[in-house]
Ligand binder design. Structure first.
Ligand code: F6P
Length: 363
């Protein structure tokens, strides 16, 4: 029997379990593979003793409807920049990819499938360059990977945000209020843009289009001129004012990212300072968008990503990342996979179409 190792890395995302099940079921059908999972991304491989579990039918059965990942995950175990304490107690970063690659080989794995976003696929590439037979599966609710048209988890996040938006509309209307709803989206405003179009927001603020607070206020005022209006705004966590800064709360020592969240309150304060009269309320959706059951679309995408990933393993086509392009399940090289981000094009049809519907982006 050959040995296949699965890892889930980075932030969790609805659909991860469906990928694991897709790999497991299609691999088991060949009767040639044993499937293992590393706990908390590659941390399970690096740990002494290792934390690797053998996947069985009973562990994997029915998990495609379950959110999260049965293998657990972390965004703190990047082997390219592994945090360790030096003798003075300071955190320093070490490149541990070489020892990780050696450990994977010494454990006798014939193939690895790494499910994760941009950061995880950079790790896949580094391991592949060191001779590890590895395949990547793209994962991000932000939908910010350019090598695939879409990623599982994104539609689920948009649906959760749209359902929440719809609830905020009825209360905004009843109280003649301005409602600000903050959604995830660090560098890319896809969740915000899709939710704003699906819900019919008056204002949508995204990282790709820095906003002018006066323009946002103008849009709000125009909705109140004709009587007692109401306004619903969607803002991505990474949105910022022109000449402004991204609103973050803290920078963790073990991660290169500033923790975002709370820009809805910042926008509210800016609007009040600009003289906005109506009452304003803020809602930060946060991790609700990443939890729970994946919608049908994401289950299909995730399951097929799993099947495709195993197909690449079976055919020995390593160094590739599974992708969904032009309605087709295909693959791209890991090099291609980590080259560019997929951000919203402000001249693109989605933004222009939303503008044609009267939506303001504050520009
Ligand atoms: O990258 C996905 C994402 O959901 C971002 O939109 C968000 O900023 C980040 O992860 C949150 O990460 P954490 O779960 O570590 O707070």
């Amino acid at each position: 029997m050959k040995k296949l190792l699965i890892c889930t890395g980075g932030g969790d995302c609805p659909g991860l379990n469906a990928v694991i099940r897709g790999i497991f079921k299609s691999a088991k059908k060949t009767k040639e593979w044993e499937i293992y999972g590393s706990i908390e991304a590659f941390n399970g491989v690096m740990a002494e003793p290792t934390q690797i579990i053998k996947l069985t039918k009973s562990k994997v059965g029915g998990i495609h409807v379950k959110g999260g990942t049965i293998l657990k995950t972390t965004n703190k175990g990047n082997p390219l920049q592994f945090p360790v304490q030096d003798e003075n107690g300071n955190i320093v970063f070490e490149d541990r990819t070489d020892s990780l690659a050696k450990k994977i080989k010494s454990l006798g794995f014939d193939a690895v499938i790494n499910i994760g976003g941009d950061g995880s696929q950079k790790i896949s590439k580094a391991l592949f360059d060191l001779g590890v037979p590895i395949i990547g599966v793209p994962k991000t609710i932000d939908n910010d990977l350019s090598a695939t048209d879409t990623t599982f988890g994104f539609q689920t996040a948009v649906q959760i945000a749209t359902d929440s938006f719809d609830k905020l509309v009825t209360t905004a209307e009843s109280h003649h209020r301005v409602m600000i709803m903050e959604v995830m989206g660090r560098d890319a405003g896809w969740i915000a843009l899709h939710t704003a179009i699906a819900g019919g927001a008056e204002v949508c603020l995204i990282p790709e289009i820095p906003y002018d607070i006066e323009k946002v206020k103008e849009k709000i005022d125009s909705r109140y001129e004709k009587g007692r209006g109401f306004v619903n705004i969607v803002i991505a966590e990474g949105a910022k004012a022109k000449n402004g800064q991204v609103f973050g709360t803290e920078r963790e020592m073990v991660s290169e990212h500033l923790r975002l969240g709370g820009v809805a309150f910042q926008l509210s304060a800016e609007l009040k300072a600009a003289g906005c009269k109506p009452e304003i309320r803020e809602t930060v959706l946060g991790h609700i968008q990443r939890g729970g059951t994946p919608v049908g679309y994401d289950r299909v995408l995730a399951t097929m990503f799993g099947v495709k990933a195993f197909e690449l393993v079976r055919d020995g086509k390593f160094g590739q990342m599974v992708s969904f392009k032009n309605n087709d399940y295909c693959s791209v090289s890991l090099e291609e996979a980590v080259k560019d981000y997929n951000v919203v094009d402000k001249e693109g049809f989605l933004v222009q179409g939303a503008k044609a519907m009267g939506m303001s982006f504050g520009d």
